[in-house]
Design a protein around this ligand. Structure first.
Ligand code: ARG
Length: 458
């Protein structure tokens, strides 16, 4: 295809350079947004009398026809076109002749691409927001069923204190709620319109930037034309939000990988969400979660690509910025894939409560409660801590647990111990009594569930 900028050149572009320069293979996916932006621009040109009303209407009609034809597959994107903007404009001119050539009045591809990508990312954010919300709701529903399911809570991956599975699950919901807020926040900050910035220095035509901005659903026009064409902060910000979503999925994935090992066996994945081995007939592998953990590196890589691409770029537009799209689209596509797979995997997994309970019964996770028992009878915490530590050592030596250690052994260490110690250190009591705000007791978790429901609007 002959270049629109061919006037200044005496030769056609080298084929390899054309392929190297072209972005249509990855910006083609923005065709809807490109046409949406062009329709707003043509409307404004007509309303401001920069082109005739009639030409404006013909252009809008032509653009709508192109959109319909790409949508229904009768018009294919030309892979040799320089980018989606050139492709649509050339197609318009093919269809309308000279009228089509008026569309690009008072516009540059620099403000055009800046508006396209914002429109495109805005839609993607809305979709990802919905997917993350679905995941958060799935976790909430699972938590509702497990407010009494006792499991060990860990620090350093060592059994630490008893919690419930609901409490553990809800920790992830709070991460996802923050993820949703970050998406909304990014959307709000990026929702300003660069159209009308021109190549870099605005335009001499009497345009109405407020009109195009509001036609496209932006809050307001961007106040500086240089910033308008050269800002890609929103790509970085969105990629940060996506990297954090992946970080949360990856941490959860790691736990699921451990939980479905024979060493834990807290859960069993549904057969539809696990894979087998080519040689070991007994295997059932949690590949989904491992891939999510792996893809987190890739999404973080996209973030580094964007930050590195922008660092050191002089104002205003530079072609380096064309590299923004593959990175942010890769991050978007992978996050969507991961969330879409993770959600039904969680919804269908089997929770093996018995094994959680058994694990909680081992490892002296009620030792803090034993010390607290003495404190509540008047002993200073440090003394109580020391006595309990000695009792734990004694249990390990005699292969006993705090629940099975005879009362006389307790009383040898302190007269404050009496029969009620066994009730105080039972796992049920330990969990029930941890009713501080944000704690794992069923009462505290009921309050937490209400807060999560409120945040999720369910
Ligand atoms: N394909 C280009 C990009 O994605 C569009 C803008 C081109 N502008 C230019 N001055 N060459 O950045």
């Amino acid at each position: 295809m002959a270049k629109m900028w061919a006037g200044r050149f005496s030769k056609e572009i080298d084929e390899t350079v054309n392929a190297f320069n072209s972005s249509i293979s990855f910006d083609g996916r923005m065709y809807r947004h490109d046409i949406q932006g062009s329709i707003a621009h043509a409307t404004m040109l007509g309303d401001c009398g920069i082109i005739s009303k009639n030409d404006s209407l013909l252009i809008i009609d032509g653009l709508k026809g192109i959109l319909a034809d790409i949508d229904n597959g009768s018009l294919q994107l030309d892979p040799s076109a320089e980018d989606i903007h050139m492709f649509v404009e050339a197609e318009l001119t093919k269809r309308l002749g000279d009228v089509g050539k008026r569309l690009h009045t008072s516009r540059s591809r620099n403000d055009q691409v800046a508006v396209d990508i914002r429109l495109c990312l805005r839609d993607e954010i809305d979709e990802i927001y919905k997917l993350v919300k679905q995941l958060a709701v799935t976790i909430y529903n699972l938590a509702l069923q497990h407010t009494e399911t006792i499991m060990p809570g860990y620090t350093h991956l060592q059994r630490a204190q008893p919690i419930t599975f609901a409490h553990h699950l809800l920790a992830y919901d709070w991460m996802l709620i923050r993820d949703m807020q970050r998406l909304q926040d990014t959307r709000k900050r990026m929702n300003f319109c660069p159209l009308g910035s021109g190549a870099l220095a605005g335009t001499t035509y009497h345009t109405d930037r407020k009109q195009t901005s509001s036609l496209l659903g932006f809050t307001a026009p961007m106040p500086n034309s240089l910033d308008g064409v050269s800002d890609r902060d929103f790509c970085v910000e969105l990629n940060c939000a996506l990297s954090l979503i992946m970080t949360h999925l990856s941490r959860f994935s790691e736990e699921i990988i451990m939980w479905c090992s024979w060493e834990f066996k807290f859960i069993e994945l549904d057969d539809a969400y696990a894979t087998g081995s080519s040689i070991m007939p007994q295997k059932k592998n949690p590949d989904i979660t491992e891939l999510i953990r792996g893809k987190t590196g890739r999404v973080n890589g996209d973030l580094v690509t964007l930050l590195t691409m922008l660092k050191g770029l002089p104002l205003a537009y530079n072609k380096d910025m064309q590299e923004d799209k593959e990175a942010i689209f890769d991050a978007i596509d992978n996050v969507k894939l991961c969330v879409k797979t993770f959600t039904p995997m969680l919804a269908t997994m089997r929770v093996i409560k018995d094994n959680m309970r058994k694990a909680a019964a081992k490892g002296f996770i009620n030792a803090t409660d034993c010390a607290d028992y003495l404190v509540k009878k008047g002993m200073p915490f440090r003394d109580a801590y020391k006595i309990t530590g000695t009792l734990v050592a004694l249990c390990i030596e005699k292969n006993l647990t705090l629940e099975t250690l005879p009362l006389e052994q307790y009383r040898k260490m302190s007269e404050l111990f009496s029969d009620d110690v066994y009730n105080a250190i039972s796992l049920e009591t330990c969990v029930r009594e941890r009713k501080s705000e944000g704690g794992p007791s069923p009462d505290a978790v009921a309050e937490q569930l209400a807060l999560v429901a409120q945040q999720l609007g369910i």
